[in-house]
Design a protein around this ligand. Structure first.
Ligand code: G5P
Ligand code: MG
Length: 226
């Protein structure tokens, strides 16, 4: 019988969550929800919440848990009856517990990417401050150097992306993620993947998901319990 499939992908900034999520969503037809995307949407809308969110995202700090759960959980409630993949949520134990109260995840993918690799990817990162859109001069540069693709406004580089600050952020990510990873490990749903290249990690994730989700020709899919 077809069963719903709920998954999340975790990993430090720049670990490839977004890149891999898009491949999973395309290959397996899951609805894709990215916390970063919804945060940037609220920044652009310039609501009271958006102004608050911007003050955190601009400094690459975690947005408070109550703001995150208010942003994400109603969207999941609307997706009752759908299978989905979360990118970047939950990031803290409080967020994971709030999500647990709504539903149990079937699978959590955790990406372990070496610090040096993350440093290379992130140290070349430029941001459009008004929207939170992120560019990387090496992998996804803006169409016009130093300008936002949509508005043409100047891009800025944050002090947070300097190597020392980056190290502190990545250490902070690890500390915050530790109890979340322990929770999902204890629930038997955690799968960790290590490597320096997304293209080399992807085949392993793809084959794991193929054993759990069976796509149907119609685009519908079934899940298998191991
Ligand atoms: P986001 O938007 O979730 P981050 O900081 O976690 O942002 P980001 O930048 O979105 O991370 P990612 O999704 O893990 O990274 O990785 P990606 O975008 O796929 O890849 C990063 C770059 O590397 C891309 O340019 C990609 O093309 C390139 N790349 C990927 N693979 C390879 C490879 O193999 N080789 C090479 N050469 N390049 C590669 O969150 C933004 C902010 O929102 C807040 C926080 O402030 C956060 O900083 N936030 C939350 N706060 C609290 N709780 C939550 N749940 C929050 N979620 C977001
Ligand atoms: Mg991302």
């Amino acid at each position: 019988m077809a069963k719903l499939f709920r998954a999340a992908i975790m990993g430090p900034p720049g670990s490839g969550k977004g890149t891999i999520s898009k491949r999973i969503a395309e290959s397996f037809g899951l609805q894709y929800l990215s916390s970063g995307h919804y945060l940037r949407e609220s920044i652009v809308a310039n609501t009271e919440a958006g102004v608050l969110v911007r003050s955190y995202v601009e400094r690459s700090l975690l947005v408070p848990d109550h703001v995150m759960t208010r942003l994400m959980l109603p969207r999941l409630e609307q997706l009752i009856g759908h299978s989905w993949l979360l990118d970047g949520f939950p990031r803290t134990l409080a967020q994971a517990q709030a999500l647990n109260n709504l539903c149990q995840l079937d699978l959590v993918i955790s990406l372990n990417i070496p610090y040096e690799t993350l440093k290379d990817r992130l140290s070349d990162r430029w941001i459009h401050p008004a929207s939170g859109r992120v560019y990387n001069m090496g992998f996804n540069p803006p169409k016009v150097k130093g300008k936002d693709d949509i508005t043409g406004e100047p891009l800025i580089q944050h002090d947070d992306d300097k190597p020392e600050a980056l190290m502190a952020r990545l250490r902070h990510y690890k500390d915050v993620a530790k109890p979340v990873i322990a929770l999902y490990k204890s629930q038997g749903v955690l799968h960790s993947f290590s490597g320096t290249e997304t293209d080399r990690i992807w085949p392993y994730i793809n084959s794991l998901l193929s054993t759990k989700i069976h796509t149907q020709p119609s685009g519908a899919f079934q899940t298998h319990t191991p």
